[in-house]
Design a protein around this ligand. Structure first.
Ligand code: NAP
Length: 211
């Protein structure tokens, strides 16, 4: 049985991804700090593992074949949490994945993680954390798909995508619902090669932009 570990399953994208995958009959291991945050999701196909990403969370990987890292420290915390979650926990997740022979690691990174120094000054610690976590995964030997979404919105799914960064910053956006769909697509289509893609709302079908 293929099981997917979702790290950050209680988050805004993570919860939609968890629900989408369960709706498709897939088996999910949901790593959360507080299982109450998933109390509205009932499924025999979901195993909840409570863990804090600042502690050892290696036990969550047992029996999984795919990992999605969709956790993040959030915009209201300081650089300390950015280092602990977006950088260090993401790196440790890749290390644990390697130890557990995970077949495919899907990382939610960020637009701008390729070139942190070119980002807005206040975003640079976050972008450096994302950049270094991505680099760590790329050098891990794991099969990986790194997705770097544009600015996230809570609008309803647009169902259209592009990997071409729009020149207008205000258009470099994507809904969380669409990111969740793209992640579910990645899980369902085990990558044949390693990829790093920025992702925005656009006019193309997922098949066109993810293959
Ligand atoms: N905001 C943007 O415009 C933007 C753009 C590009 C990429 N991203 C990235 O997209 C990703 C997901 O975004 P989102 O909006 O879904 O984030 P979110 O709603 O803030 O979810 C973050 C998740 O990480 C979990 N988490 C944080 N600290 C943790 C800890 N110490 N232990 C265990 N879990 C912890 C949260 O758990 P709790 O529910 O317990 O808090 C939550 O499940 C993040 O990596 C973010 O950096 C964001």
């Amino acid at each position: 049985m293929n099981r997917t570990l979702i790290i950050g399953a209680s988050g805004q994208i993570g919860k939609q991804l968890t629900q989408n995958m369960l709706n498709e009959g897939q088996h999910v291991v949901a790593l959360v700090r507080d299982e109450q945050k998933l109390s509205d999701i009932k499924s025999e196909n979901m195993t909840i593992v409570e863990a804090d990403l600042t502690d050892d969370f290696s036990h969550a990987f047992k029996g999984c074949s795919t990992v999605v890292f969709v956790a993040g420290s959030g915009g209201n915390t300081g650089a300390d949490k950015t280092i602990l979650i977006d950088l260090w926990a993401a790196c440790r997740a890749a290390d644990y994945a390697k130890q557990h022979d995970i077949k495919h690691f899907i990382m939610v990174s960020s637009i701008g993680a390729d070139a942190p120094a070119e980002g807005p000054e206040e975003m640079q610690p976050y972008l450096v954390a994302k950049h270094m976590a991505d680099e760590h995964l790329m050098h891990s030997g794991l099969r990986y798909s790194i997705i770097r979404p544009g600015t996230l919105t809570n609008n309803k799914a647009h169902n259209g995508f592009t990997t071409q960064r729009p020149s207008n910053k205000d258009e470099a956006i994507i809904t969380r619902a669409d990111v969740a769909k793209a992640l579910a697509y990645c899980v369902a289509h085990q990558a044949k090669s390693n990829t790093v893609k920025e992702l925005f709302n656009g006019a193309k079908h997922l098949d066109e932009v993810m293959s």
